[in-house]
Design a protein around this ligand. Structure first.
Ligand code: SF4
Length: 240
């Protein structure tokens, strides 16, 4: 069985973002990303700074570690990165193992790569990156991913855009206009992922700023604006 490069396994914790916000979940963070977002809050998953922490693990070993950490105190696993969509068959095997145990699989990816195992994910969040990231969206690729999910009647997928400035907001509006039937979440970006201490006042200020943009924009009548819930409680701490 092929292996998955894993850099972090932790939980249980509370999912702080997107469609499953507030849900108790374990996290599995894979190593490697095909993007280099300027504000990436998990650059250690690709910049080499934590390479010594990467373990190549078989799906069963990951499941065993989750069970060692939490026993039966979870029934959702969030697979994050990096970009977990860089991983092929071994991820399909891992998702199958979770389902055999009645555990849900949630995943977040930027929508730059397709994998057939997307069909099996219970909660799939596609999070295209706005201009402030410095990345350029491959719209053809994103259309292809959304169309495949649409044709498969895959209901539980959504879009999430992190917004740092008005240009990002215009990008989010374009994404929403392009895929109007897909539930869309907006989230204000955390402008300093290294700031120590309590950052909740700063984050709430940005949330209010984003609320006001959405309130004023008739093209955004159906989006949902959410905070990064975990960051309000645990701030910039890692592994939370
Ligand atoms: Fe970081 Fe995600 Fe961007 Fe990759 S896609 S660089 S993990 S923010």
């Amino acid at each position: 069985m092929s292996k998955i490069p894993v850099i972090e396994i932790f939980g249980p914790t509370i999912q702080g973002e997107g469609a499953v916000i507030g849900v108790k979940t374990m996290f599995v963070r894979t190593y490697g990303c095909d993007y280099r977002c300027g504000w990436c809050d998990s650059a250690f998953t690709w910049d080499g700074s934590a390479k010594d922490k990467v373990q190549l693990m078989e799906p069963e070993a990951i499941l065993n570690e989750l069970l060692d950490l939490a026993g039966d105190n979870f029934d959702c696993v969030t697979i994050s990165g990096g970009n977990p969509a860089l991983i092929g068959e071994s991820m399909a095997d891992f998702v199958k193992l979770l389902h055999e145990r009645g555990i849900q699989a949630a995943i977040e990816t930027q929508g730059s790569r397709w994998q057939d195992w997307f069909y099996d994910i219970d909660v799939l969040t596609i999070s295209p990156k706005p201009p402030s990231s410095g990345m350029v969206t491959d719209w053809e690729k994103l259309d292809d991913i959304i169309n495949r999910l649409r044709l498969a009647g895959k209901a539980a997928h959504s879009l999430k855009v992190v917004v740092f400035n008005e240009e990002d907001f215009a990008y989010a509006r374009n994404v929403h206009r392009r895929y109007p039937e897909i539930p869309m979440y907006l989230q204000p970006g955390n402008e300093d992922v290294t700031e120590p201490g309590d950052i909740s006042a700063r984050l709430l200020g940005r949330l209010e700023w984003l609320f006001n943009l959405v309130i004023a924009d008739p093209a955004m009548n159906r989006v949902r604006v959410l905070p990064q819930l975990h960051a309000l409680i645990w701030h910039n701490k890692r592994g939370k």
